[in-house]
Design a binder for this molecule. Structure first.
Ligand code: PEP
Ligand code: MG
Length: 841
């Protein structure tokens, strides 16, 4: 600091003070004084002074005490730069001694005076002298005998009389608070909340307003918003004959603030005090630009304002409060956008476990998809569908999920898997569906025969038992836990509209079905960045047709079956184009290995043999033929597309026919066609020549012209390295960071969950790279790919569409590389819009 500050400062409207020198509380008290609020005399000690005190250098006590006059009673409170960083608790009634006890006995009566003295001796003994709290219980009745015995206990433990000199008492209090700040626990706690290692502590010394005594006296807190909803509403409590925040702990005896709360209220009992307090609402909002909670004391009918802090608030209320302040012109809209943490938004989109509930945790896993749901346990996708048919909420519990389980997941209210990580099948689908999901709950044992799941503590939960899944925290809870509804209200929408005004990178959604697209549209995604078309094949009776296709013997047979899939897929595309009208839709051609469409076990094979009227042996031999040692690196993506070109032909035709159809009723649609898992430029050329032929055929058949765009998914390291020549054949490149992470690390995305948390705990990886984009490694491939891609085609459109797309760090990286957009799960679109705006402001 360039300016020299005094070691301590009497707070006046013009005193030189700064939050980085004296802390937030001291600065706030100065603001209250400037607003003419009746704040008792207060002196602020700077961070430097408190550091000196901790080292044993006490400031001159007589000058510190001077502003408080003769024989004052004082309080000391902490004042750090950020109130979230904690700090030592307040100490009240410093200066109390035998003389003061006699004097106050005259004024307020023996019982009240004794109660105050007892409380001071207790807190001084425990907090300052660090004596055993067991020895210093407050007695039920504040008698003189009790006081005597507590003073004797002090003397016995310390071999000294209880200090009578107010200056000595104050010095000891300051010293103990200064040292508490340096303690290891306090340090770790605040550093966990983001405090720097050298965070300072200021202290404020304030003259006590008594709150206890003759006449109308007491203390309380008031605030002007509801901390759950953020709506304007006066709440708070007041307790007569009390000090500090007692009104909040003894709520049974406390008064309400307004008479609306039905019960005795300050509004009726102390109308003048109420009127004065109510007048502070606008003062605080307009001048402090915040919703404040005011701590006040009434002494013989007269109001004193001791302190004000930012109202603690729910996530929902924090959105509402920021938006209302901006709507009222008190803060600018960019500040409202900055005030809300994007991480809290996803919580508002889903039901949540009520934080006041006491959870009975069955097991903890990875929080893979946020939100909470209650339901009955089922162990198979079929049971989940049966349960949905009975309109009964169910939770699907599986070792892991496969594409076969998708219909079951649709039917379930939440999903739990024992295996898998943040990009496992269950996690990806769960996030796409907005379905709460806990994966990698590896301490859970499923006994499929007995239809029970066994918790780590040995408790058994059977099929039909009710449990609750908290996908936000990754915990599975026993029984039906109370939930809170989502809050997609006007404030939420308004905040995001403002965010869009500042944002400089596009946000699209990964949406596979018309239902997903509708969610994406509702959250104002600027198009679809990834439509995984294979997911359409799991809906309804399509899986059966898909399986027939897999069992076709010749290309001709295959084409015949695909002809039956064509209208279904065309219908989906028409719906997507219509829902997303006016925004781009990027369709990725078929990607997964074919075995994912076949049942994994014997009974499934038998069922399939029946369905297809084939001998069981033919089914098993086909399944064997499709089995790969390493399916994620086998015949999937463009490799499958080139091996069975009829599949991509059919998809291209469905896309083009849907384009013609959707363009009839609205603006012309320009679909984007994306080729997955490319590793060589020639793959792109080959696919393109076939698709161009399909386009020509559809144009000829329909007599309608249309345009479309080609893109390549860059998700193998080789595609990133060869991006220059690949971009010559593609108008856009979209980085699939799931596969690219998998292949860069050589780390299976479906198996990494087994050791990922141990790896992260040991610091081998800073974070799960499937969760947080690895900027150092994978990021290097992204920037190299982007640079080379631009060399091949100057105006190539660049984006990412892996699960990382919605996260702040990935958005920040993509902005730095001047990408055009990111694409993420529909439910992450709101947080992505807000993060992108904050990065641009
Ligand atoms: C990716 O690999 O990043 C991607 C988006 O594709 P998928 O997750 O479908 O493999
Ligand atoms: Mg991929």
């Amino acid at each position: 600091h360039n300016i020299e500050f005094e070691p301590f400062t009497l707070i006046t409207p013009n005193a030189r003070m700064s939050p980085s020198v004296h802390g937030g509380r001291a600065k706030c008290l100065q603001r209250l004084i400037r607003l003419d609020m009746p704040v008792p005399t207060t002196v602020a000690l700077s961070f430097d002074t408190v550091r000196e005190i901790a080292r044993g250098q006490m400031p001159e006590m007589s000058s510190l005490l001077e502003p408080f006059g003769d024989a004052p009673l004082l309080s000391v409170r902490p004042s750090s730069a950020d109130s979230d960083w904690g700090g030592p608790g307040a100490i009240l009634n410093i200066g109390f001694n035998n003389a003061r006890h006699r004097e106050l006995t005259e004024k307020i009566g023996l019982e009240a005076a004794t109660a105050l003295y007892l409380r001071f001796v207790q807190s001084y003994s425990v907090v300052v002298a660090r004596l055993d709290p067991e020895q210093f219980h407050l007695p039920d009745a504040p008698t003189e005998a009790a006081l005597r015995s507590m003073l004797e206990a002090y003397e016995y433990e310390t071999d000294e009389l209880f200090p009578q000199d107010p200056a000595q008492q104050l010095a000891e209090v300051l010293r103990s608070m200064a040292r508490a700040w340096d303690g290891t626990t306090a340090r770790l706690l605040r550093q966990a909340k983001g405090a720097p290692a050298d965070a300072g502590l200021g202290l404020v010394v304030q003259a006590m307003a008594m709150g206890v005594g003759r006449g109308k006296s007491g203390s309380g807190v008031i605030q002007f918003v509801d901390d759950k909803t953020g709506e304007q509403r006066i709440t708070g409590r007041y307790l007569s004959q009390s000090q500090g925040r007692e009104a909040l702990t003894k709520t049974k005896e406390a008064l309400f603030i307004t008479k609306d709360d039905r019960g005795l209220s300050v509004e009726e009992e102390l109308p003048e005090v109420f009127a004065q307090l109510a007048g502070y609402r606008d003062l605080c909002r307009i001048r402090l630009r915040e919703e404040m909670q005011i701590e006040f004391t009434v002494e013989d009918g007269e109001l004193h304002v001791l302190d004000a802090i930012r109202v603690q608030r729910s996530n929902r209320a924090s959105v509402k409060i920021a938006v209302d302040l901006a709507l009222d012109g008190i803060i600018p809209t960019d500040e409202a956008v900055m005030r809300v943490d994007p991480a809290i938004l996803s919580e508002l989109l889903h039901r949540q476990v009520d934080p006041s509930a006491t959870p009975d945790v069955i097991v903890a896993g990875i929080a893979a998809s946020p939100g909470a749901a209650c339901g009955r346990i089922v162990f198979t996708a079929n049971e989940a569908q049966a349960s949905a048919a009975r309109s009964e909420a169910c939770i699907l519990v599986r070792r892991e999920t496969t594409p076969e389980d998708i219909r079951g997941m649709h039917a379930a209210s939440a999903v739990i898997t024992v295996r898998g990580g943040i990009t496992s099948h269950a996690a990806v689908i769960g996030r796409g569906l907005g379905l709460p999901c806990v994966v990698g709950a590896s301490d859970l044992v499923i006994d499929r025969k007995r239809k029970v799941m066994i918790a780590p503590d040995g408790r058994e939960f059977r099929e039909g038992d009710v449990i609750t899944v908290n996908g936000t925290s990754g915990r599975v809870l026993a029984g039906m836990v109370p939930l809170m509804e989502p809050a997609l209200d006007g404030a939420f929408r308004q905040l995001l509209d403002w965010a869009d005004e500042f944002r400089d990178i596009g946000i699209r959604a990964n949406a596979d079905t018309p239902a997903d697209a509708q969610i994406a549209r509702n959250f104002a995604a600027q198009g679809i960045g990834l439509c995984r078309t294979e997911h359409m094949f799991f809906e309804g009776d399509r899986l059966g047709v898909m399986r027939e296709m897999i069992f076709a013997h010749t290309a001709e047979d295959r084409r015949a079956v695909l002809d039956r899939l064509l209208p279904m897929q065309r219908g989906d595309f028409i719906a997507l184009f219509q829902i997303m009208h006016g925004t781009p839709v990027c369709i990725r051609l078929f990607d997964p290995p074919l075995h994912e469409f076949l049942p994994a076990d014997k009974s499934g094979h038998r069922e399939l043999a029946e369905q297809l009227s084939l001998p069981l042996s033919e089914v098993t031999s086909r399944v064997e033929a499709l089995t790969e040692y390493n399916p994620m690196l086998g015949m999937r993506g463009v490799r499958l597309g080139l091996s069975y070109p009829e599949i991509y032909d059919m998809q291209a035709r469905a896309i083009f026919e849907a384009t013609v159809e959707a363009s009839r009723s609205g603006d012309p649609v320009v679909p984007e066609i994306m080729i997955p898992l490319v590793s060589a430029m020639r793959e792109v050329e080959l696919v393109k020549s076939r698709i161009d032929a399909v386009a020509a055929a559809v144009r000829a058949e329909t007599g309608v012209d249309f345009r479309f765009r080609y893109g390549v998914m860059v998700e193998t390291p080789r595609a990133a390295l060869r991006a220059e020549e690949i971009a010559m054949h593609a108008q856009f490149l979209s980085f699939g960071t799931n596969d690219l992470t998998q292949m860069t690390y050589g780390l299976s995305r479906d198996d990494a969950g087994r050791f990922m948390s141990a790896y992260v705990q040991a610091g081998v990886y800073a974070e799960d790279p499937f969760h947080t984009l690895d900027v150092e490694g994978v990021g290097e491939l992204l920037s190299m790919g982007a640079e080379r891609g631009r060399k091949g085609r100057e105006d190539v459109v660049l984006s990412i569409c892996g699960e990382h797309g919605g996260s702040r760090s990935a958005i920040s990286f993509c902005r730095s590389q001047k990408f055009d957009y990111v694409s993420c799960s529909p439910f992450r679109v709101p947080a992505a819009r807000l993060s992108a705006a904050q990065l641009a402001i």
